[in-house]
Design a binder for this molecule. Structure first.
Ligand code: C6P
Length: 421
């Protein structure tokens, strides 16, 4: 069923605000998404009507909170075709999900001299936990190289898999290049080589249909705040047999079945990995966010963002002095709604400041992907606009007009090519 994206935009109260007579143009959803009234109301409703701890009180509102918390996981499981809420562990964010895998499964499986394989386009969240693990274990961290500074080099992947890594961890969609990686094929090849696979889905699950069973990966991590939900709730998917075999890292209330003076046994999945009182309101909001995404349809969201991305890339391609990173216009289908760019001779932070004076939010910097931005792209920083279901062509037009304004304000024409910073 088609979605009415003009109507959808009206569900986001912040998008009706303006500053100095200029409407808010939000082009930074890769950093965090805006929230629809339905999510805001669900959280308020929890506080007003049934605020209580879960799994603890034998009274009505605690039982209601427990049931909404578990239902939130069922909704997330449905969204990614995980099979059961038992596969869905809640924590704070993608970063924590990946760290938990490194500290539990990684800690238990990786030995001295073993290889761990990631790619050159990873976010720091999918680099540093593996660096720390490699350091603790005396393991070796390898990188899948990029082809044309845009795509995973699958031949290089095959070569590195000959080293029989214990763990392969790759991003589904790059937060800088926008590249959509063929994580199903990466998983197939990695499994053949005997590795477990983690997919960083921070930039995919919010924006497109994702099916963990079809991909076949062992772990997947993503963040509630990037998919219309509140901050502070993140999702770690794990295959049940692996989670059953894996020892937890954080101990405390709710993750146990029984505790004696010297030892304890663990609760069922997924609670074994959720010690202490969780972010209940976060889960409530995330459940409402998934219901909202389902009502629009992930296929519709993907098509809407693809249309906007193509439109923005076509307009950017016509601008002199603007360089776009990642897959080119011909390959736009292989992109998520993320476009990193630079204007010749202008520092990206100046660009984002001038955008801000137009009440347009974009991000400038290394985007927590320094090895990619400095090491592969050879830049100190890049600007980035990123789209979501509430953006429209008028937002892109305002961004293009702001680029013109940057050039005028900084009297570009005469300037030389910008040096990398
Ligand atoms: N990228 C961006 O502006 P957290 O912060 O844990 O919710 O998400 C971390 C993360 C992991 N992987 C990828 C691919 C990401 O894009 C992010 C977050 C934001 O690009 C903030 S740096």
């Amino acid at each position: 069923m088609a979605a009415d994206f003009d109507r959808i935009r009206k569900d986001f109260p912040i998008l009706a605000t303006s500053f100095a007579g200029k409407p808010l143009t939000y082009l930074d959803s890769a950093a965090t998404s805006q929230k629809p009234a339905q999510v805001i109301d669900a959280i308020t409703n929890y506080y007003r009507r049934y605020n209580a701890n879960i799994h603890r009180g034998v009274y009505r509102i605690s039982e209601e909170a427990t049931s909404v918390y578990t239902h939130s996981k069922e909704l997330v499981a449905g969204l990614i075709n995980a099979g059961s809420y038992r596969n869905i562990i809640y924590n704070r964010n993608t970063t924590e999900g990946i760290n938990v895998v490194a500290l539990t499964y990684g800690e238990q499986q990786v030995k001295k001299g073993d290889h761990i394989l990631i790619s050159e386009m990873e976010h720091h969240s999918n680099i540093v936990p593996w660096q720390l693990l490699a350091k603790r274990k005396g393991a070796i961290l390898d990188y899948i190289r990029l082809k044309g500074a845009a795509h995973l080099d699958m031949e290089d992947l095959k070569r590195k898999l000959e080293l029989e890594p214990k763990m392969v961890a790759v991003t589904h969609v790059s937060n800088v290049l926008g590249t959509i990686n063929d994580v199903k094929e990466v998983t197939r090849l990695a499994h053949k080589a005997g590795a477990a696979v983690l997919v960083d889905a921070a930039q995919s699950v919010p924006h497109m249909p994702v099916d963990v069973k079809d991909i076949g990966c062992d772990f997947m991590a993503f963040s509630g705040h990037k998919m219309l939900g509140p901050a502070g709730v993140g999702i770690l998917y794990g295959k049940e047999d692996i989670l059953e075999k894996t020892e937890p890292i954080i101990g405390g209330g709710d993750m146990i079945r029984s505790v004696e003076f010297q030892k304890a046994t663990w609760n069922d999945l997924p609670w074994k990995f959720e010690a202490g009182t969780p972010n209940i309101e976060g889960a409530v909001g995330l459940g409402a966010a998934v219901e909202y995404l389902n009502s629009v349809g992930m296929r519709n969201i993907r098509q809407h963002e693809l249309k906007l991305t193509k439109y923005a890339m076509e307009r950017l391609a016509k601008l002199k002095d603007v360089r776009v990173y990642g897959p080119g216009l011909k390959d736009a289908e292989k992109r998520g709604g993320v476009i990193a760019f630079n204007i010749d001779a202008v520092h990206p932070h100046d660009v984002s400041q001038i955008f801000d004076s137009e009440n347009i939010c974009i991000r400038a910097g290394h985007h927590c992907a320094m090895p990619l931005v400095t090491g592969v792209l050879g830049e100190g920083a890049v600007d980035r606009m990123s789209f979501y279901l509430y953006n429209n062509e008028a937002d892109v037009d305002r961004a293009i007009a702001a680029i013109d304004r940057v050039k005028k304000v900084l009297r570009l024409g005469k300037a030389k090519r910008r040096e990398s910073v």
